[in-house]
Every structure is written in structure tokens, then in C-alpha cells.
Design a protein around this ligand. Structure first.
Ligand code: C2E
Ligand code: CA
Ligand code: CA
Ligand code: CA
Length: 279
């Protein structure tokens, strides 16, 4: 896990001093953000690569800070992880995703599989599975509507309970995805121990597939591997038509990226052609 000291003042440059002071302030404000209802979920569609039909969405958190405006998760999630606030924030995300799924169901939208990101610290909580179960029951949502994305860093920090937890979550019908695949500097042998439903190919590979034969080869290899291990493969960060058609040729299952749509607030997401083929 990443460890940074937000409160260390042995800084070396005014620039670093500013950053660390800003983080210190953000850290304080994070405590109030949940109470003040400053978080919001954006949704980014995932489409089938053959049909370009929306089959799912990834929920991504946004923080509407009272004075700073929109703060990106890249900035505040690491701080929330440091302070442990990621646990209640993660629960807020899960609750709101379930609430949203229920609302879509009630207004007659076709079923979507919604993915959400779980931090390592959140996943390591003892009562995690019970919490998830309780929230599913509270909103009367089926587990199969949900996919939980975790990263390789969690596997490196496995305290011995992870396998059981993942199996318990899968027993609830929830699918498990490995996010940012290939960026965690760990060996791939963990794929034999933990049976993931989905691999999310990191944007760092996709970024250059149309210009670099190396990136192309790695991407092709990961897609073949996923197919053989019977996992679904989703490419993230697809921005260009060229990348899209290469991925199509390589038999990638699903596509997510700015080419289709940026993450959107709910009401805008709902405008995307009522989740049908919209392109
Ligand atoms: P991630 O899970 O890898 O999410 C994908 C990120 O890539 C998102 O950034 C998304 O907006 C961005 N993205 C999607 N398509 C494209 C594209 O075509 N081009 C480019 N350049 N970027 C694209 P975002 O929303 O800023 O989130 C950043 C990270 O923050 C996420 O990376 C995830 O690790 C974390 N995060 C976001 N929401 C949550 C949450 O609810 N809980 C937790 N624990 N982490 C979250
Ligand atoms: Ca993700
Ligand atoms: Ca990712
Ligand atoms: Ca990422």
C-alpha cells in the first residue's frame, strides 16, 4: 500500500510545502464532506466491442468541495486511504450505487451491471461481506447487478482472508474484477489462486496500441490469456477509433473510454440513448 506522511513538515521546496499544506487542508475537509453531502457519483458506460451497446457502467466518485470546486479522486482517495476515511466513503459509494440500480430498475431501464472500486483498506475490513450483504438487502438489489473492482496491491497485502472474502462475495452473485491489470509489479501467478470474473486492461497499454507494436503484443497477449482463463476482458481509456478497431480485431469483450463517453452525472448518463445502441 502507498504510505505518505501528510503531516511531515521536513519539506524541501516551497512547492512541496504548498502541496503538503493543501493535502493537510483537504484531509480536514474530507471529514466534513460525507456529513455535508459533498460527494457525487459519475457513471462511465462500458460497451460491447462488437455492438457498441451499453452493457454496464463504472461508478466513479467526485467531490464537490465547497470552495475548491471539483476535486479529483486521484487527489483525495489517497488521503482518504491514509486517514481510514475510505471505509465510510466506500460504504457511501456502495449504498448510492445500490440506490441508483434500484431507481433504474423501477423506471424500467434495461439491467446494467455497475462496477465500483474498492480500496484495499476497505476490502481488508473484517465485517466487509456482512456490510455488503446488508446494503444489498436494504435496497433490494441482486448481487449480479454489481461488479467490484480491486487492484493488484490488495493481493500483495493479502492477510490470508482475501480468498474467502472474494468467494463469499461471489456467492452473493457479485462479480470481481482485477483493475489496472499489469501495472502492479506482481507476477501473474495469482490468477490461478484468485478466480476473477473480469480483467481490466490498464490505459497505459491501450494508450499506444495504435503506434507501438510492443503495446499491441502485450495487449493481444493479455486478451488471449483472459479468454483462455474464461475471464471477461475490458479495455479502459480507449480514446481513438484506431484503438477501438484494433481491440475489436483482438476480440476484446468490452470497451470503456472517452471515445464512448467520459464519466457523467446521472441525469446526463441517462440521456445516452436510454442505454441502447447510441452510436
Ligand atoms: P480507475 O478505477 O482506474 O478509473 C478509471 C479512471 O480513468 C477514471 O478517472 C476515469 O475517468 C478515467 N478514464 C476513463 N476513460 C478514460 C480515457 O479514455 N482517457 C483518460 N485519460 N482517462 C479515462 P477518475 O474518475 O479520475 O478516477 C481515478 C481513480 O480514482 C480511479 O481509477 C480509482 O482508482 C479511484 N476512484 C474513483 N472513484 C473511486 C471510488 O468510488 N472508490 C475508490 N476506492 N476509488 C475510486
Ligand atoms: Ca476502476
Ligand atoms: Ca482502472
Ligand atoms: Ca487507473
Amino acid at each position: 500500500a502507498k504510505k505518505r506522511k501528510a503531516n511531515s513538515y521536513n519539506v524541501f521546496s516551497p512547492e512541496m510545502e504548498r502541496t503538503s499544506f493543501k493535502n493537510f487542508e483537504l484531509q480536514n475537509d474530507l471529514h466534513k464532506a460525507l456529513l455535508n453531502d459533498e460527494f457525487e457519483l459519475y457513471y462511465q458506460p462500458k460497451v460491447l466491442s462488437n455492438k457498441r451497446q451499453i452493457v454496464g457502467a463504472e461508478a466513479l466518485i467526485r467531490w464537490n468541495h465547497s470552495t475548491r470546486g471539483l476535486v479529483s479522486p486521484g487527489e483525495f482517495i489517497p488521503l482518504a486511504e491514509e486517514s481510514g476515511l475510505i471505509v465510510p466513503i466506500g460504504e457511501w459509494v456502495l449504498e448510492n450505487v445500490c440506490k441508483q440500480i434500484k431507481a433504474w430498475e423501477e423506471s424500467g431501464y434495461p439491467r446494467l451491471e455497475v462496477s465500483l472500486n474498492f480500496s484495499a483498506l476497505q476490502m481488508l475490513q473484517k465485517g466487509l461481506v456482512d456490510t455488503v450483504k446488508a446494503i444489498l438487502e436494504k435496497y433490494q438489489v441482486e448481487g449480479k447487478s454489481l461488479e467490484i473492482e480491486i487492484t493488484e496491491s490488495l493481493i500483495l497485502n493479502d492477510d490470508g482472508d482475501l480468498l474467502k472474502k472474494l468467494e463469499d462475495l461471489k456467492d452473493l452473485g457479485i462479480r470481481i474484477a482485477i483493475d489496472d491489470f499489469g501495472t502492479g509489479y506482481s507476477s501473474m501467478s495469482y490468477l490461478t489462486k484468485y478466480k476473477f470474473n473480469t480483467i481490466k486492461l490498464d490505459r497505459s497499454f491501450i494508450k499506444d496500441i495504435h503506434t507501438s507494436t510492443d503495446s499491441q503484443a502485450i495487449t493481444k497477449f493479455i486478451i488471449q490469456l483472459s479468454n483462455q482463463l474464461k475471464m471477461k476482458v475490458v479495455a479502459e481509456g480507449v480514446e481513438l477509433e484506431e484503438q477501438f478497431s484494433l481491440l475489436l480485431e483482438m476480440n476484446c469483450d468490452e470497451i470503456q473510454g472517452y471515445l464512448i463517453s467520459k464519466p457523467l452525472p446521472v441525469h446526463q448518463f441517462e440521456q445516452l440513448g436510454r442505454f441502447s445502441s447510441f452510436i
